[in-house]
Design a binder for this molecule. Structure first.
Ligand code: FES
Length: 112
């Protein structure tokens, strides 16, 4: 069972942007798409550790600001031809309030 951290409201996250949650597990980037979907990934690009929270969100993907790898927000995986995976965290939105799973991070479906 997840412990959920309340991190604020949906409106605290810029549309097509992100905010960073500092945790004992490391920084987590909370992304908001134009369609108001919310995703949470470790704020660390699987390429060379760039801050994904500073990337540009387009659709359900984010472009890393350092070398432009494209990361799928739902799976955390880099879009081919690049390969790698950013750790995912469960996130939910209830009545406009955003919660992130405090401890359990979802693994990557492919070995990085
Ligand atoms: S660190 Fe993200 S693309 Fe290189």
């Amino acid at each position: 069972m997840n412990d959920w951290l309340h991190i604020g409201t949906l409106n605290d996250i810029p549309a097509q942007g992100a905010r960073v949650l500092e945790t004992v597990f490391g920084d987590i980037a909370i992304f908001r798409t134009q369609a108001d979907e919310v995703f949470a990934l470790r704020d660390r690009c699987p390429h060379k550790g760039g801050p994904l929270s500073q990337g540009i969100v387009h659709g359900r993907r984010v472009a890393c600001p350092l070398h432009n790898w494209i990361i799928d927000l739902d799976s955390g995986e880099a879009v081919a031809p690049d390969a790698g995976c950013a750790q995912r965290f469960a996130v939910k939105v209830e009545r406009g309030e955003v919660y992130v799973a405090a401890a359990v991070a979802a693994g990557c479906s492919k070995a990085a």
